[in-house]
Design a protein around this ligand. Structure first.
Ligand code: SAH
Length: 343
């Protein structure tokens, strides 16, 4: 049997198959991978794309991740925080534009403590009972995750970044712990969140073996969402001189993840759109079914600079919404007004 069909049928992948699919120049094999992944996605979600409105709460961060432009050691990063009112305004605009999921993401910023975050989540929950509230605020205590869940949050995105503890230690300062990040993911799931994990493609020191470990971790963890995007080398970080992750590797991994997890919610990321003008459309053609247009206030967008050359920092939310719809319509997909829950 062909290796693509084998992955699709067994929902498992060998190291050899992964290495082959990442390195092959065989156009026919790659086309078969792409078409199979899309068939699987179409069977579960049809020709629809779920949209999430991304609200970037804060560019302050206490962490010092070696890849990220918002790391605390980056003295040239511009720091901002959205006020409660600014956040509610983003939601109001987003709701009008047809968003039924709000994703609040940010650096790890003590200003957004449980008190403040529960107030914000509770207010949005009351105002928009028909919307999903997703948080992506990094590592917090189990009590904090529980309080935010009780306040009305439904989903949490926390990329595991790498399933290899040794690799994790090369991407993060010594004070950060791989085990803690993994413990956070399990706590979130136990509490009842729909949980997303994920990783960068082409991060420094990544190998076929660390990627295989990522796929095995995803297989055992069974997340509802998997966020992957290419690593983008960023100025004023220790990884500024490393090469960017490859668009092709990212696309092939999206397709592989779709074959391994037919139901998973799989975003076509802004990082993919940053490294290729049609990156997000290609992501969908390789099996992705979610996009996260930016709903942040235009004034602060350029300052949520986790990586260089991030797209969509000069547009209004309405422009991003319209652009998203057009881009996917052109390739035969409709963006839908829906919470876009896991099926
Ligand atoms: N502080 C939150 C949100 C982080 S930003 C948290 O810890 O989860 C969301 C994701 O952006 C990160 O998980 C990381 O995988 C990705 N990211 C950060 N820097 C990046 C870079 N230089 N290139 C590509 N992706 C990056």
């Amino acid at each position: 049997m062909n290796i693509v069909d084998q992955i699709r049928e067994t929902r498992d992948i060998s190291r050899d198959a992964l290495a082959t699919l990442l390195s092959t120049d065989d156009r026919e094999l790659v086309d078969h991978l792409r078409a199979s992944a899309r068939e699987v996605a179409d069977a579960v979600y049809g020709k629809t794309i779920f949209i999430r409105g991304l609200i970037e709460l804060t560019s302050h961060c206490k962490n010092d991740c070696l890849y990220c432009g918002l790391r605390r050691s980056n003295r040239s990063a511009v720091r901002y925080r959205l006020s409660d009112e600014e956040i509610y305004q983003c939601c109001a605009t987003g709701y009008q534009l047809g968003f039924r999921t709000f994703v609040m993401q940010g650096g790890e910023d003590g200003w957004f403590d449980d008190n403040r975050m529960c107030r914000i989540v509770g207010t949005i929950r009351k105002q928009y009972p028909d919307c999903a509230i997703t948080l992506s605020l990094g590592e917090r205590s189990r009590e904090s995750y529980q309080a935010l869940y009780d306040a009305g949050a439904d989903r949490y995105l926390l990329r595991h970044e790498t399933a290899s503890p040794e690799h994790y230690a090369r991407l993060h300062p010594a004070e950060m712990s791989w085990q803690n990040r993994i413990d956070c993911l399990f706590a979130l799931k136990e509490i009842g969140y729909q949980v997303g994990c994920g990783f960068m493609v082409g991060s420094p020191y990544q190998t076929v073996d660390t990627l295989l470990a990522d796929l095995q971790f995803i297989r055992s963890f069974q997340p509802h969402m998997v966020g992957i995007g290419p690593f983008v080398a960023t100025h004023e970080t220790p990884f500024a001189g490393f090469p960017n992750g490859k668009v092709n590797d990212t696309l092939r991994l999206l397709a592989i993840i779709r074959l391994l997890h037919p139901h998973v919610l799989l975003p076509s990321t802004t990082a993919l759109g940053t490294l290729h003008p049609q990156g997000r459309e290609l992501g969908v053609q390789y099996g992705a079914n979610v996009v996260m247009p930016n709903l942040s206030p235009k004034l602060h967008r350029k300052d949520y600079a986790i990586y260089d050359n991030k797209i969509c920092t000069g547009e209004e939310s309405a422009e991003c919404r319209a652009c998203t719809e057009q881009r996917f319509r052109r390739i035969g997909y409709e963006t839908v007004v829906s919470r876009g829950d896991f099926k």
